[in-house]
Design a protein around this ligand. Sequence first.
Ligand SMILES: [Zn+2]
Length: 200
Amino acid sequence: MAGIPNVITDVERIFSKFPGIGRKSARRIAFYLLDKKREDILEIAKAIVDLKDKIEHCTICNHITEQSPCDICANSKRDDSVICIVEDSLDVIALEKSVSYRGKYHVLGGLISPLDGVGPDDLAINSLLSRLDPVKEIIFAINPSVEGDTTSFYLTRLLKDKPIKITRLARGIPIGGDLEYTDEATLARAIEGRIEIPNE
Ligand SMILES: [Zn+2]
């Protein structure tokens, strides 16, 4: 674009791909960074690189952590017999805010979505199956959507014939709404009032 150095449009292009950031905000960020001191920019860059270098996935539940197993899996006070299945780590963080849940989690790392080329093999399903031994209840805390329902249905079929009670969060969470945008009281009620899914 005329009058704008390429270096700035490059930064704009990168930031405009961020969730919730449009072209205008991306330009504002680029100009904000332009005014920063070099050491501040290096600090920002390092923090972003650290995200990649220091965060790994828990070998048990697949939640993000700086050390595997994660705090939740390593906590012996948490109930091993209940696993709450979620799409991603943001959902774990949201459900942890509600305090009422004392079981463990399993992070799928996505949802089955044939249109996007995401199948069951792309999700952390084998690691879920390998930790079912002490489990008496599995809670689906998966956002209601076509992909969410497909994934819940697939997992319910997979868990068929296992002596495990399967439940889902009570509705109250808006359809298509994300757990991460649901307030703590609503989440706590959704966990308390969870509904059994017949598993036959
Ligand atoms: Zn874990």
